[in-house]
Design a binder for this molecule. Structure first.
Ligand code: MEV
Length: 441
């Protein structure tokens, strides 16, 4: 069957086994594909069912390595950090930076705020002054109608923090917005926020419908949509490392510590003025952040979306990290928004996410923000250090050697010989292929 042929209607209604068989027909050797995909099913059917139910139309599982960056010192506390990532070098880079900074006071972190935002986008035919005069009553109604939804969160110290009214009628006729701020404590809070917002939409409708004192055309509202915002600039964490510049001696064999500090700063400054570099620079930061976010069952798309928006807050996209050198002190800092949870959602359902959190000492959500951001800064430090010294490829390709060997189906003995051979040589796909050809002859 050609891959351009449409899958017949009702695919989602099929049993998992039937879906797998049907999809296997799109491959050259369906029997082999079925065997391969099934070999990734969990041997415990209960566990497999759990995974199947996270998503839809599942036919197998997609494995990703789960690695460890040991001994990461943050605010004087040692963490063993789980990292889920498929890219070689990331865990090694994070671990190398953790070791380097562990010997120089460790990482420092501070949660700036934990406010999250939700929006009710609605249409109303009246003016902003009219709406403002009704707003105290609207607010009371919204809070009363969501009292039972927010009760538990309020008991935990969170809930609705503020409701603002925004007027966008100059851009879109009759369009207003309720911008709602929340504290969702240790949960990421997406479900909580969206449930509250949907109730707000209904309550807004009822509020106006019941105001018989208003002219007919003002008694209706159009709830266009209600949804949390992934822009979370006020749910933000700052992490930094610092040391006297002479403690950077030895990073570059040709430069003193103070000279190297200037070169490192230049590399980070470039990511502040050049968007092409900024994108790659920030990608390196998210190598570390995402790996922890995924390992703990959090939503890395939300975290990245917020980060890239934050990186554009000055009107152009720039580096999320900064370097300052003041009075001989080198300081490397990262400030990022990060909406995370340590209770609820996948953090409680995914067996490995639960174990990750346990390994981290069951942190609160703000503490997890500090850990994830730290791994972002750690990866950023290692990347920029490599780039400004020996280059990225030397280390990267060594790590990549394994992947190439696996791709070329090398035996364990061949891998051992290859690792030995490439210890002091440049790794490339062609070179490894040639090496294997030679020893296989
Ligand atoms: C690769 O995944 C990440 C880097 O490109 C980041 C950077 O260039 O800073 C090495």
């Amino acid at each position: 069957m050609s891959s351009s042929e449409r899958v017949k209607k009702g695919f989602s209604k099929l049993l998992k086994e039937e879906k797998l068989k049907l999809i296997a027909n799109y491959f050259e050797n369906p029997g082999e594909v079925i065997r391969l995909l099934k070999s990734y099913w969990h041997s415990d059917t209960g566990q497999q069912k759990l995974f199947d139910e996270f998503s839809e139309n599942t036919i197998t599982n997609f494995f990703t390595p789960y690695g460890i960056s040991p001994n990461v010192m943050i605010n004087g506390k040692n963490y063993i950090v789980p990292m889920v990532i498929e890219e070689s070098s990331v865990v090694a880079a994070a671990s190398a930076a953790a070791k380097f900074w562990g010997e120089r006071g460790g990482f420092h972190a501070q949660v700036i705020d934990v406010r999250k935002v939700g929006q009710v986008h609605f249409g109303w035919k009246g003016t902003m002054p009219q709406l403002e005069s009704l707003f105290p009553d609207i607010k009371t109604r919204l809070l009363n109608d969501t009292d039972s939804i927010t009760a538990n969160m309020r008991k935990r110290g969170g809930g609705i923090l503020d409701i603002q009214l925004l007027d966008y009628t100059a851009q879109i006729p009759d369009y207003y917005q309720l911008r709602v701020e929340f504290n969702t404590c240790d949960s990421m809070g997406a479900n909580f926020i969206n449930t509250v917002l949907e109730q707000f939409g209904h309550s807004l409708h009822d509020f106006f419908a019941e105001r018989l004192d208003l002219p007919e055309e003002l008694r209706t509202t159009e709830t266009i949509m209600t949804i949390l915002s992934n822009n979370t600039p006020d749910c933000r964490v700052k992490v930094w490392v610092e040391c006297p510049t002479d403690q950077l001696d030895g990073i570059d064999e040709h430069l003193s510590g103070p000279e190297y500090a200037l070169k490192f700063k230049k590399a980070v400054d470039i990511a502040h003025i050049d968007i092409d570099r900024a994108t790659t620079h920030n990608k390196g930061i998210y190598n570390g952040i995402d790996a922890v976010v995924i390992a703990t069952g959090n939503d890395f798309r939300a975290v990245e979306a917020a980060g890239h928006t934050y990186a554009s807050r000055n009107g152009r996209y720039e580096s999320l990290s900064t370097v300052t050198i003041t009075d001989g002190i080198f300081r490397f800092e990262l400030e990022v928004p990060m909406a995370l949870g340590t209770v609820g959602g996948l953090t409680s359902l995914h067996p490995l996410a639960k174990k990750s959190l346990e390994l981290l000492g069951n942190p609160t959500a703000p503490e997890l923000m500090t850990i994830s951001a730290t791994m972002g800064l750690a990866n950023n430090f290692s990347a920029v250090r490599s780039l400004t010294t020996k280059g990225i490829q030397a280390g990267h390709m060594k790590m990549h050697l394994n992947n190439i060997l696996n791709q070329l189906q090398a035996s364990e003995d061949e891998k051992r010989q290859a690792r030995d051979f490439f210890k002091d040589k440049t790794v490339s796909f062609a070179a490894v292929e040639h090496f294997l050809d030679t020893i296989r002859k």
